[in-house]
Design a protein around this ligand. Structure first.
Ligand code: P6P
Length: 334
């Protein structure tokens, strides 16, 4: 039987390597933490798979902090993550797209070392039409009390992330994560209920052939974004481009990671600060993109350098392979 590597084994191997290379005590708490995320994602996946069969479809009737109709699966996904992660005593706080305020555990800073920020089920409006949805997560280390409060620990810049990843629930369920030592992909094997390594050290191509944006907003983007897409369409980067927009961030990002190209959610008149969320959408995906040789900006500056001011803060979000992103930086000067 071909040897398989599960995500738990992979994390432990990563920690051994980290120990060898940095001599830093690679605490097992991180792999224990990650197992909370993978357990929750398996629970979510099982619920999504059967969504069409039970009356899980349709709105939950409540509104979430974003004022959006909460889909039942949104609520379930949020509860699953809070439950699986809340039991880990290495967690100092949990920040969710679904909850106005962070969930904090008054653990002593020595033990409660990590903060997990997540979007439990992104793209959930697509569930009723059976389109891919995803879970996105980001892991930060709690600052030592003398360096910052728990709130300041939550609002660290994206380059301070210790790990980031997502699960995309599609024809297969794929987990992609990085701890800053490359990007690695795992596919859920339903027969054994484990995420099995399927793509080690994923790298974005230097250039792709897709651009991905909601062009219904094109008339209200800043002019330089319209000009940029026109440049791509007219062969300005030396190749033909095709448009792909699924309208589910994790699915659009996953394609961009695998095939290259560029995903854009520019500012609009209605949302001058952009639509996507900095802490639990842009930051984790930007960390992954950079680890895979790509780039991620708010049009002008690096996503990972942005100083967050609020946990639900929005940002314009552009992410993709080197060639397209360098051309975008040239086009969007300010
Ligand atoms: P628009 C889904 O609701 C979502 O939050 C992301 O998953 C997706 O990328 C974006 O919004 C789509 O937004 O305005 O193009 O429908």
């Amino acid at each position: 039987m071909a040897m398989i590597t599960t995500v738990q084994q992979h994390i432990l191997q990563q920690q051994q390597e980290m120990l060898k290379s940095t001599g830093r005590e690679a605490s097992g708490t991180f792999s224990w933490l990650l197992s909370g995320i993978t357990l929750a994602s398996k629970m979510i996946e099982a619920k999504i798979r059967s969504a069409g069969l039970s009356d899980v479809l349709g709105a939950f009737g409540a509104e979430n902090v974003q004022g959006e109709q909460q889909q039942k699966l949104d609520v379930y996904a949020n509860q699953a993550l809070l439950h699986c992660l809340g039991l880990r005593d290495s967690v100092a706080a949990l920040v969710s797209e679904e909850d106005e305020e962070p969930v904090t555990f008054n653990r002593d800073p020595e033990r409660g070392k990590y903060i997990i920020v997540f979007d439990p089920l992104d793209g959930s409006s697509n569930i009723d039409v059976n389109v891919n949805v995803g879970t996105i997560f980001s892991v930060l280390r709690r600052l030592p009390p003398e360096h910052g409060t728990l709130e300041e620990s939550i609002l660290q810049q994206g380059f301070r992330q210790v790990a980031a990843g997502y699960v995309v629930y599609g024809p297969s369920t794929v987990l992609v994560y990085t701890t800053g030592n490359g990007v690695h992909g795992f596919t859920l094997d339903p027969a054994i209920g484990a995420f099995v390594l399927s793509n080690e050290r994923m790298m974005m191509p230097e250039q792709g052939s897709y651009y991905s944006a909601n062009e219904a907003n094109a008339a209200v983007w800043p002019e330089e974004y319209r000009a940029y897409l026109e440049m791509l369409r007219s062969g300005g980067l030396g190749k033909e481009y095709s448009s792909r927009y699924i309208g589910s961030l994790v699915a659009d990002f996953h394609r961009t990671l695998l095939k290259g190209g560029v995903f854009l959610y520019p500012p609009t008149l209605k949302q001058p600060k952009g639509k996507l969320r900095l802490l639990y959408e842009a930051n984790p995906l930007a960390f992954i993109a950079e680890q895979a040789g790509g780039m991620a900006t708010n049009g002008a500056g690096r996503i990972l350098d942005i100083r967050p001011e609020g946990i639900h803060q929005r940002t314009p979000f552009c992410v993709g392979s080197k060639r397209e992103m360098e051309a975008l930086a040239a086009a969007v000067t300010k």
